[in-house]
Design a protein around this ligand. Structure first.
Ligand SMILES: NC(=O)c1ccc[n+]([C@@H]2O[C@H](COP(=O)([O-])OP(=O)(O)OC[C@H]3O[C@@H](n4cnc5c(N)ncnc54)[C@H](O)[C@@H]3O)[C@@H](O)[C@H]2O)c1
Length: 257
């Protein structure tokens, strides 16, 4: 019998980048719905204080640098050792940069590819290798509207996120036979610490002009979409890239009154 009520009791969820922003909001929402949570982040102090905020929930903390494939495999092993299995991965660890195509250095390019693209591959592969044993899994990657549309200052970031989108689609195809779905969120402008660091006042002004809803989104509005895709009920959605962008991807020329 299908129930529209999302319930994560008995489910285990690993949230990378869970110390901050969208990842923390995902961890909190999944915890409220009954999941056992693992918060993984390079910032261990941030991860510990995030865990402290999830009162009443079952939470563990793991330090990980997603650039390191061994670290990612150890992170998943630690979750399986503690909780017995891994049902859900929401991979929200990531960094941003606003730098023009002509100015981007090889080091900046490599850093973004290492963290945002390779990190997604290492975490998702490590998680999927456990999920295949149980014949069940939900993987939600964090892409971006920058991986779909061009924009100034999005050379390394946009290329990495475009890679996340292609990777997610391949994962969806190859992991389907194991009962694992793989989807990605494509947030637009969401008010988090990443955006506080990345968006100048001028970027904010120009960005809002292209958003029909005329505002930045919230971490909770974004996290809710990850929770939906991580639910049992979303089992027929895979390989999907879900824009959470106030209409940014839909928009062309706009007159705002
Ligand atoms: N905020 C937005 O507008 C927006 C838009 C589109 C996509 N995204 C994506 O959403 C994800 C989360 O972004 P956010 O806005 O919540 O950012 P955030 O900075 O608030 O959180 C990101 C977290 O990732 C962690 N992290 C960074 N590098 C890491 C590494 N090497 N290993 C492990 N953890 C690492 C940070 O410590 C931090 O806790 C990112 O992938 C970002 O690119 C954000």
């Amino acid at each position: 019998m299908f129930s529209a009520q999302m319930n994560f009791a008995g489910r285990t969820a690993l949230v990378t980048g869970g110390a901050s922003g969208i990842g923390f909001a995902v961890a909190r929402q999944l915890a409220e719905l009954g999941a056992k949570i693992a918060i993984a982040d390079v910032n261990i102090d941030g991860a510990n204080s995030a865990a402290d905020k999830l009162e009443g929930a079952q939470v563990m903390v793991v330090q990980v640098d997603v650039r390191d494939p061994d670290d990612c495999a150890n992170m998943v092993d630690a979750v399986v050792a503690e909780y017995g299995k891994l049902d859900i991965l929401v991979h929200s660890a990531g960094v941003g940069i606003e730098k023009s195509f002509l100015q981007t250095t090889a080091e900046e390019w490599q850093r973004l590819i290492d963290i945002d693209l390779s990190g997604t591959f290492y975490c998702a592969q490590a998680a999927a290798r456990h999920m295949v044993k149980n014949g069940y899994g939900r993987i939600v990657n964090l892409a971006s509207t920058a991986g779909i549309r061009g924009g100034t200052g999005r050379t390394a970031y946009g290329a990495a996120k475009g890679g996340v989108i292609a990777l997610t689609k391949v994962m969806a195809v190859e992991l389907a036979e194991y009962g694992i779905t793989a989807n990605a969120l494509a947030p637009g402008a969401i008010e988090t610490e990443l955006v506080a660091r990345m968006h100048s006042a001028e970027t904010r002004r120009v960005y809002r002009a292209g958003i029909p809803l005329d505002r930045y989104g919230t971490p909770d509005e974004t996290a809710f979409c990850a929770v939906f895709l991580a639910s049992e009920q979303a089992g027929y959605i895979t390989g999907h890239i879900l824009g959470i962008d106030g209409g940014f991807l839909a928009a062309g020329i706009m007159h705002k009154t």
